[in-house]
Design a protein around this ligand. Structure first.
Ligand SMILES: Nc1ncnc2c1ncn2[C@@H]1O[C@H](COP(=O)(O)OP(=O)(O)OP(=O)(O)O)[C@@H](O)[C@H]1O
Ligand SMILES: [Mg+2]
Length: 368
């Protein structure tokens, strides 16, 4: 047998499987609200392109008026885009007629800031409502509702009315109701904004639980970085109707690029200097001044004793001005602001040695 030359070439590496298409895809979506008589049209969203991978929890953070609610309302078809496409699990939501849309909405659950429960219905009957609308038999409804109330920790509150429940309990009913029709997607519009921090943490833990147990894709919008930090895998920052930055949550926290992202991040990491120091900060060294340097460590071995390594290696004194260690998705992320005498050789040595240890270095300024 003769071997053709091609027989000797190494087998081509199997092409990496392409990632599955995102469960929610926004493609160059624009939304302009026609103004009422006498008011101009408002473009709430400009050319938004965004993917929410299947099984992910993606957070969209933005300030009031940035376009968050508009974005989420496009995903369940409550609003239609002026341009572009909104695709959920392969279906172009923006192209459906009302009837098809009603059917599609069963696979898109939603929870709200003010819960939107019906006051005259018990917890049980609120959760049953989407099933009644879908024409499910009462026996099948019972088999569905009780396990859901159990899942959200409210099996003993089935016969209670919303007025008899706390905010956190009402949101649990909201979550059970949203899950009643076995959705692929859960949309959350500021679902924890009306809750205290402890209850917020419990509701976010419940969202993480249903995400993992039901393989539910979650798109949540919020104006709070603490919510993003606690629960999301990915985050998109929206500003003036545009997504200005998007990526894995850890990356956005540790290497924010856009000024809006930076300002959200410093709202939570304690990255801002105390006001009394910030106001004394000068951009130029003064006689006998100290330089303030922010060292940031991300991932890797955050427990390494880098302060003592630096002081020993450089034989310098470092004062600690401010410090913080946090965990995002289980990865350590910390900042330390140190002060040291402001001479150029000194500063260069500190910068070089810090970078060698894998720290990010940022000179904040000088204080007398
Ligand atoms: N139905 C509407 N008609 C006209 N303009 C609207 C309508 N809904 C929203 N807008 C405008 O679109 C922009 C974005 O509004 P949107 O409600 O999406 O913001 P948001 O980020 O959810 O704000 P918030 O955090 O305050 O809820 C705002 O300028 C708002 O005034
Ligand atoms: Mg809103």
């Amino acid at each position: 047998m003769t071997l053709t030359p091609t027989s000797f070439s190494p087998a081509a590496a199997p092409a990496a499987a392409p990632p599955p298409p995102a469960l929610i895809q926004l493609r160059e979506v624009e939304k302009t609200y026609a103004g009422r008589t006498g008011t101009g049209a408002v473009t709430a969203l400009h050319t938004i392109t965004l993917d929410v991978p299947k099984g992910a929890i993606l957070g969209v953070i933005g300030r009031s008026g940035a376009g968050k609610s508009t974005l989420i309302r496009l995903v369940n078809g409550l609003e239609r885009p002026t341009r572009g496409q909104v695709i959920v699990d392969g279906t172009d939501i923006s192209a459906l007629d009302e009837r098809a849309l009603r059917h599609e909405r069963r696979s898109i659950g939603m929870i709200f800031q003010h819960f939107n429960l019906l006051a005259r219905r018990t917890a049980y009957d609120n959760v049953a409502l989407p099933l009644e609308i879908a024409g499910v038999s009462s026996a099948a409804i019972k088999n569905k509702v009780m396990p859901l109330l159990d899942l959200v920790g409210l099996a003993d509150k089935a016969r209670r009315y919303p007025a008899e429940l706390s905010g956190g309990q009402k949101q649990r009913v909201g979550i059970a109701r949203a899950l009643a029709t076995d959705p692929k997607v859960l949309l959350s519009d500021e679902a924890t904004s009306a809750l205290d921090p402890e209850t917020t943490e419990q509701i976010l833990a419940l969202l993480r639980q249903v995400n993992a147990e039901l393989d539910l894709t979650i798109l949540l919008i919020t104006h709070e970085m603490s919510v993003i930090k606690a629960v999301t895998d990915r985050v998109a920052v929206i500003d003036g109707g545009r997504i200005v930055e998007e990526g894995p949550t850890f990356d956005l926290f540790t290497r924010p690029q856009h000024p809006t992202t930076r300002s959200f991040v410093s709202s939570i990491t304690g990255n801002e200097l105390p006001a009394h120091l910030a106001s004394r900060l000068s951009a130029q060294p003064l006689a006998g001044s100290q330089v303030l340097v922010r060292l940031t460590f991300t991932g890797g071995d955050a427990s390494q004793p880098f302060l003592s390594v630096l002081t020993r290696k450089l034989n310098i004194d470092l004062g600690i001005i401010q410090g913080n260690v946090d965990y995002i998705g289980g990865h350590p992320f910390g900042t330390l602001v140190v002060s040291t005498p402001a001479d150029q050789a000194h500063l260069q040595a500190l910068t070089d040695a810090s970078r060698e240890l894998g720290l990010q270095v940022e000179v904040l300024g000088y204080v007398a």
